[in-house]
Design a protein around this ligand. Structure first.
Ligand code: F6P
Length: 546
């Protein structure tokens, strides 16, 4: 398999990147008044504007040519048809089957997975209604008031991010708490507030072996039993989401209290499965279905839109262009919507766990930078923290700006003030402020020539910082489904373009394995493994002082 950098379009793009190196985005806008029309597209509920990216029509067609040479469309079809494209784990990649709203049969290994998905959705619906209506009772016969969702990584970030995004639509049926950290302070803070008689735990772990989750689950069982003094209480207060029935049984959770998922659902793409149960419990099953509907719309868009109008593909191509060709090694995710405050953390796992790798499909080290470091926070808070770096640092960080037209909560002029910051920041990052403008401003303020000379260089903003603006109609359940699915298909396309196996995560296993080895040293005074001198001394220091 030839390396991507040997492809004709890759070589052409490398030349284009050199040529565009000296070009300023501002001049591209000055030269072409139709730039926005050329480099933006709309689908229901979403405006996608990439005109503030450093591209030209030629670069766009070269990028599309690259997508063709890399067979992205064929790979996409292979994914949607259930082929085992996760070949390092010999699995299909079928999170799209979880939101297959037109119910087309999808046969994998002789099984119609659409039927399996629908059966599980029915179980989620029934359970959700039982809990929310008060029919599901705790060990003293009281209805559930609080849900504690235990899980980590893909078994936490998606549900928690969506819960936060849609909290404005929750009624007061249930309160929900997420516990992901094995640091006992998180679980303790949650449990201290709650009454065991009215608390339901959802333990989510695809493998049901993840140490952090199992530790939190065991402590939660102890908390319930300390109050109930009867093992029968476990069945009334614990449900699990997992593929591993053997482990859920061994843990003491009855099969009827286990919601299943399948090995073809990757953890970081699993919020559409029973991993999303906490969302359904908190917001109601209908809202959960709306999230699936929104994602399904994007699946259809991704399958059918022309390359030049295909938002997830364009997102992937722009990321590749910025990272592998223009050399920008980070990307910021900046939601101008408080509801989306966890999106950067969610996408960190999505993109970095999927494509933060450095060998190609056939195990060869790739000669290009793969994905950028993904980071960010809500734009407004970021403005008062790290935007100085984004505007004047000597490293360029392309950014996705995300906002909505209608706020979830209308309050006076708040939303217009928020949005004026959104527009101002993307404009400033693109245009910057040159010496002439800075000088004129200082002159207007009555500064002397000496004062101007002292300040001039400090006040110049180079601009030319690429951004994409994504404007949603509003942040509701469908919109969240759309947004997440857009990024999921971006990540998929990015993996194909980079020739990276996006669906395994061997890099996470190394630390996990070492941690469990060291755990035995911390729990047993006389166990000492061999380490480097730093690690041995740190462990000894900790053990001698704890
Ligand atoms: O972070 C590593 C990882 O394996 C993720 O891919 C996964 O989402 C997370 O751990 C949790 O795994 P599990 O659902 O099996 O507990």
């Amino acid at each position: 398999m030839s390396c991507r950098s040997q492809l004709t379009s890759w070589k052409v793009l490398s030349e284009s990147a050199k040529k565009l190196g000296g070009v300023h985005l501002k001049s591209l806008f000055e030269q072409d008044k139709q730039r926005f029309e050329k480099f933006s597209c709309q689908i229901p509920g979403v405006l996608f504007d990439y005109s503030k990216q450093l591209i030209t029509p030629e670069v766009k067609s070269q990028l599309i040519q690259l997508a063709e040479e890399c067979n992205v469309a064929q790979w996409r079809n292979r994914m949607f048809s259930g082929e085992k494209i996760n070949f390092t784990e010999n699995r299909s990649v079928l999170h799209v089957a979880l939101r297959n709203r037109d119910n087309t049969p999808l046969i994998v290994d002789g099984v119609n997975v659409t039927e399996q998905v629908n059966a599980e959705l029915a179980k989620i619906k029934q359970f959700t209604e039982q809990v929310r209506s008060g029919d599901w009772r705790g060990y003293t016969g009281k209805a559930v008031k609080n849900v504690v969702a235990i899980g980590v990584g893909g078994s936490n970030l998606g549900p928690q991010m969506v819960t936060e995004a849609l909290a404005s639509f929750a009624d007061d049926t249930l309160d929900i708490y997420y516990v992901s950290n094995v640091d006992g302070v998180q679980l303790a803070h949650v449990l201290n507030k709650l009454d065991p008689e009215t608390t339901l735990f959802v333990v989510s772990s695809k493998t049901f072996t993840t140490s952090e989750t199992m530790t939190n689950a065991r402590s939660s069982v102890a908390w319930i039993l300390a109050s109930a003094q009867d093992d029968a209480a476990i069945a009334k207060h614990f449900v699990a989401v997992s593929t591993n029935l053997e482990k859920t049984r061994a843990f003491g959770i009855a099969d009827e209290n286990v919601f299943t998922m399948w090995d073809w659902v990757g953890g970081r793409f699993s919020l559409w499965s029973a991993i999303g149960l906490p969302i359904a419990l908190y917001l109601g099953f209908e809202a959960f279905q709306d999230i699936l509907e929104g994602a399904f719309e994007i699946d259809e868009h991704f399958k059918t839109a022309e390359a030049g109008e295909n938002i997830p593909l364009l997102m992937a191509l722009l990321s590749l262009w910025n990272t592998s060709f223009l050399g920008h090694k980070a990307q910021a995710i900046l939601p101008y919507d408080q509801a989306l405050h966890m999106l950067p953390a969610y996408l960190q796992q999505g993109e970095m766990e999927s494509n933060g790798k450095s060998v190609s499909f056939d195990g060869q080290t790739v000669p290009y930078t793969t994905v950028p470091l993904i980071w960010g926070m809500t734009g407004i808070n970021g403005q008062h923290a790290f935007y100085q770096y984004l505007h004047q640092g000597n490293t360029i960080v392309p950014a996705d700006f995300i906002a909505s037209i209608k706020p979830q909560v209308a309050m006076g002029a708040h939303h217009d003030i928020l949005m004026s910051n959104f527009f101002a920041q993307t404009e400033a990052m693109m245009a910057g402020v040159d010496e002439v403008a800075v000088r004129a401003d200082l002159v207007a303020k009555g500064k002397s020539e000496d004062e101007i000379q002292a300040l001039l260089a400090h006040k110049i903003h180079q601009g030319n910082r690429p951004t994409t603006s994504i404007i949603l109609d509003t942040v509701d359940a469908k919109a969240v489904g759309r947004l997440v699915a857009m990024y999921e298909h971006k990540i998929f396309s990015q993996g194909i373009l980079l020739q990276i196996c996006s669906f395994d995560q061997w890099g996470v296993e190394l630390g996990k394995g070492l941690a469990s080895k060291i755990e035995s040293e911390l729990l047993n005074e006389d166990v000492n493994h061999e380490h480097d001198s730093s690690t041995s001394s740190l462990i000894a220091y900790y053990k001698s002082r704890r």
